[in-house]
Design a protein around this ligand. Structure first.
Ligand SMILES: [Zn+2]
Length: 269
């Protein structure tokens, strides 16, 4: 499931293959045909990301993509074969073809439109720069620390922190030993600071290759350690009914909002 680390990884990959180059764009599915025609034959001048939002820049025009739960890119070297008819957007040059399927959002915006989206989003753990984002971070943390809502809900609110999804939420709360249902206003500020530092480190690590690595290697089972390079492991996410890697208690889950929260009652009292 794409969270902030996936989007940053996809941004980096697209920038490496297409940045500064002239591309051909098309919409085999037809739903983005006019917009694709507008950017086709132009240079991709930049690629940026904020939270779960990806932006391809074409000198003033911006393609905004949100993958949602099911959207995905497939990149193949060279000129790809005939596209599937579900491809919303195909970008290609002589070296690489990128096909986008099933996004929640794929739209053409101006820079002003992009800024409107950025303004609605919270602070991004991956792109956070203390010289420019500190005031934003303080404002958002104040919101968390004065809220009646649970920290589990607050961490998923993209207008507060942009980029954390269900997997990182579960894992960051576990790693902090923090109960998911604690109201934001009862959270200790130093715990929030520690979770923020952990989120920044974990999401940046995940962005390197698009894989979530939240479990410290020494907490993996033997057979998992052999697969660590290739697999994703969790402390609590989707491990409900299994035994906790740390305390041996049973991992629990409950539906909150429309998403499932996973936690260890032993480690996260
Ligand atoms: Zn435990």
């Amino acid at each position: 499931m794409p969270e902030g680390h996936t989007i940053r990884h996809l941004a980096d990959v697209h920038a490496a293959h297409f940045g500064g180059k002239v591309l051909q764009a098309s919409s085999p599915q037809g739903r983005f045909a006019t917009e694709a025609w507008t950017i086709s034959g132009r240079e991709m001048t930049d690629v940026t990301a904020r939270g779960k939002h990806l932006f391809f820049h074409f000198d003033g025009d911006v393609v905004h993509i949100h993958l949602g739960l099911y959207g995905w890119f497939t990149l193949v070297p060279g000129v790809a074969p005939k596209p599937k008819d579900t491809v919303r957007l195909r970008l290609q040059n002589d070296d690489t073809t990128s096909d986008l399927i099933g996004p929640t959002k794929c739209e053409l915006l101006t820079e002003t439109g992009r800024h409107k989206i950025i303004e609605r989003l919270g602070v991004d753990p991956i792109s956070y720069d203390p010289t420019t984002d500190e005031e934003l971070r303080e404002r958002k943390f104040h919101k968390i620390l004065s809220s009646k809502k649970s920290i589990a809900e607050l961490l998923m609110d993209q207008s507060i922190i942009a980029g954390i999804g269900n997997v990182y939420r579960a894992e960051i709360l576990f790693r902090a030993g923090q109960n998911p249902f604690t109201p934001g206003r009862e959270l200790m500020p130093e715990i929030l600071d520690a979770m923020w530092d952990d989120a920044r480190r974990l999401l940046k690590l995940g962005a390197e290759d698009g894989m979530i690595r939240a479990v410290e290697p020494e907490h993996l089972l033997n057979e998992e350690q052999r697969r660590y390079k290739y697999g994703q492991f969790s402390y609590v996410y989707k491990r409900n009914g299994q035994l906790c890697r740390i305390c041996g208690g049973v991992i629990e889950s409950i539906s909150l909002g429309n998403r499932t929260v996973y936690w260890c009652p032993g480690c996260q009292e």
